[in-house]
Design a binder for this molecule. Structure first.
Ligand SMILES: [Zn+2]
Length: 255
């Protein structure tokens, strides 16, 4: 449990093994996310607990590697999609910066918060993400902050305009789903791939703007193309050289 400048770990969680290591990572990270900068209101608790929960994943990545990190994120992501809005949890899709008091310490704040920070990290890229977080920590140090403050500090500290991301992910309840609807291959000297994507959502009627990676491979060469989904349906034209060799396409980052 965190108290400002004094993180407490119960003796039952210090047993000579690494069993509770992610708990320690979570609680110690509150020295920054919660204590150095405190959420302005309880409705914005994800600024403390979403980031502290994400730090469990970050610890896992540093200590146990990339696969362990992705496993942590996927397991958590599935839990959020499956349960956060159900009657056993919060009963509806909640907006991240307007959490009702009875759910201050609920699944949307902790688990969806962590999921959101991972999405933010991917959206910004690592160097911009960590630069933005550092700016937030420096400029809001020993003070309080709202989701709007975090958005503005991330933008100023990284050079990535975060207005649209926060409109989509923080100020809108629910979740998007991105998928590849179909792929048309027009062969030639240069092969033309037309990738049709589809966007759906649960808990809102909102259209998100999200960069995703399309990966094309013939089993030998892989080409990755970054595109931005911004409509209910999009089509992306990707010219490639190696299609004749037997192409298969895979979908990444569509969760
Ligand atoms: Zn916590």
């Amino acid at each position: 449990m965190e108290h400002a400048t004094s993180i407490h770990i119960g003796t039952g969680f210090v047993n000579g093994s690494q069993t509770y290591a992610t708990l320690w990572a979570h609680e110690l990270s509150h020295m920054w996310w919660g204590d150095k900068v405190t959420c302005e209101t309880a409705q914005d608790m994800w600024l403390n607990e979403g980031f502290a929960s994400f730090n469990e994943a970050l610890y896992t990545q540093v200590v146990n590697g990339e696969t362990a990190y992705r496993d942590w994120i996927r397991t958590n992501h599935r839990k959020v999609l499956q349960f956060a809005h159900t009657p056993a949890q919060e009963g509806s899709y909640l907006t991240m910066n307007n959490i009702p008091h009875e759910y201050t310490y609920g699944m949307t704040v902790y688990q969806k918060g962590a999921d959101l920070v991972h999405t933010m990290r991917y959206y910004m890229g690592d160097s911009a993400f960590f630069a933005g977080c550092n700016a937030y920590m420096s400029n809001k140090a020993y003070s309080h902050a709202s989701s709007f403050d975090l958005r503005n500090e991330l933008t100023a500290g990284s050079g990535v305009n975060m207005n649209r991301f926060f409109d989509d992910w923080v100020f809108t309840p629910g979740n998007p789903h991105f998928s590849i609807d179909s792929v048309i291959h027009v062969p030639g000297g240069l092969d033309h791939m037309y990738v049709y994507t589809r966007q759906r959502s649960k808990g809102n009627n909102h259209l998100y703007e999200m960069p995703i990676e399309l990966s094309f491979t013939n089993g030998i060469i892989e080409t990755v193309v970054k595109v931005v989904i911004d409509s209910a349906t999009n089509v992306f034209h990707v010219p490639l050289y190696f299609c004749q060799l037997g192409l298969r396409s895979t979908e990444e980052n569509s969760e």
